[in-house]
Design a protein around this ligand. Structure first.
Ligand code: DGJ
Length: 308
C-alpha cells in the first residue's frame, strides 16, 4: 500500500480524502487527520467555475499506519440556518488544526475563519471532548486585534506553550500569538516574525535546538517557492534561510504548498496540499521526508508515500 505524492489520496472506501489544508497527529495509538472537506463542485459565476467551494466543514480521518484512512465524518459542520454565522456555507473555513489540552482534557481546534472576499480574516475556535468530535464552535476572534489568514498551531517544546501562528497585517508578517492555558484564548504575548516578508502556509517543527518554520509565498492557489526560517526561540528573530526543496519542480514546492509537519517515529515529514483551484475537491497531497544536515533542512521529492 502506498499513496502517490501530488495526487488525490483515497480513503479505505476508495473515496478521495477530504482533509485539505490539514494536519496529522497522533492521539493514543491512532493517527488523526483533520482538514477542510471540499467535497462539492466549485461554485460558478455565469457558468464559469470560481476557485471556491461552499463550506462543508472539517473532516476527520483515522489510521493505524498513516496509509489506511477511515473517514470519521465531518467533526465541525457548516451552519446553514444563519447567513451571518461564521460557519455559513457562503463563507471561508481553512487550515483547521487540533491539539489536546492537558489542563482541561479537551481537544481544541483553531482555523482560519473568513468572509468570501477574505476581508474578515479572523481565527475560529471550537472544542470537543474526544478527538473524533463533534467539535462545538465557540467563536471567531482577531488575535491580539490582528488579522489572521493562513495559520497553524505550534507547540513550543522549549516553553511548553501553544501558539497560533498566523499571517497578519494583510499577509505581510507572521505572528506567533501565545494561547492561554486552556487553549481557547490569547495571553497577549505575541511575536512578529519575518516582518514584511509576505509568507503564508506556515508549518513548524523543532529539531536540535532550533525552531524550523516552512512557509510559502502569497500567490493564491498557485504554487511558489517554499522557504524555511529558523530561530533558537520563538520570541527571537526568525531568519529566512533557503528553499529546502530538492528535485523536479523544486522552485514551485513540487506543485504543492506547506500545511503541516508530521512527526512520526523521530522523523519529520512535510505535508503539502496540491491545489486544483478549479476542481478543489480533487486537490492532492504529499508527505515528504525532511532531512537535517547540521542546521540545513532539505526536502527531497519522492513519487510515493509508503508509510514509515
Ligand atoms: C493561499 C492559502 O494558502 C490557501 O489556504 C487559500 O487561502 C488560498 N490562498 C486562497 O486563495
Amino acid at each position: 500500500m502506498e499513496h502517490r505524492n501530488g495526487a488525490c489520496w483515497l480513503d479505505v472506501e476508495g473515496k478521495p480524502i477530504q482533509a485539505h489544508g490539514g494536519m496529522i497527529t497522533r492521539f493514543g495509538d491512532t493517527w488523526y487527520w483533520y482538514g477542510e472537506n471540499k467535497d462539492a463542485e466549485n461554485c460558478t459565476r455565469d457558468g464559469a467555475p470560481l476557485s471556491r467551494v461552499d463550506v462543508i466543514g472539517v473532516s476527520c480521518y483515522t489510521s493505524p499506519d498513516l496509509l489506511h484512512w477511515t473517514h470519521q465524518g465531518v467533526v465541525l459542520s457548516a451552519v446553514t440556518d444563519s447567513p451571518v454565522h461564521p460557519l455559513h456555507p457562503s463563507r471561508v473555513l481553512e487550515r483547521p488544526k487540533v491539539f489536546y489540552n492537558a489542563h482541561t482534557g479537551k481537544y481544541v481546534m483553531w482555523f482560519h475563519a473568513d468572509s468570501p472576499d477574505y476581508t474578515f480574516a479572523q481565527a475560529g475556535c471550537a472544542v470537543a471532548d474526544s478527538p473524533a468530535g463533534p467539535f462545538r464552535f465557540l467563536r471567531t476572534v482577531a488575535p491580539n486585534r490582528r488579522d489572521c489568514r493562513d495559520m497553524t498551531l505550534y507547540h513550543d517544546p522549549v516553553s511548553g506553550h501553544e501558539f497560533l501562528v498566523h499571517s497578519g497585517d494583510w499577509n505581510k508578517t507572521l505572528y506567533f500569538s501565545e494561547l492561554t492555558e486552556d487553549g481557547l484564548g490569547f495571553t497577549g504575548r505575541c511575536f512578529a516574525q519575518m516582518i514584511n516578508q509576505e509568507r503564508e502556509a506556515p508549518a513548524l517543527c523543532y529539531h536540535n535546538g532550533l525552531h524550523y518554520c516552512v512557509t510559502s509565498g502569497c500567490t493564491g492557489w498557485a504554487p511558489n517557492s517554499a522557504l524555511y526560517a529558523t530561530a533558537q526561540e520563538v520570541c527571537m528573530d526568525m531568519k529566512l534561510i533557503d528553499n529546502p526543496c530538492e528535485g523536479p519542480g523544486y522552485r514551485q514546492t513540487f506543485g504543492g504548498q506547506s500545511t503541516w509537519v508530521l512527526q512520526a517515529e523521530n522523523r519529520y515529514w512535510l505535508m503539502l496540499d496540491h491545489w486544483k483551484p478549479l476542481d478543489l475537491r480533487h486537490s492532492g497531497y504529499s508527505l515528504l521526508p525532511m532531512d537535517f544536515e547540521g542546521e540545513r533542512l532539505t526536502v527531497r521529492w519522492q513519487e510515493t508515500f509508503a508509510g514509515l
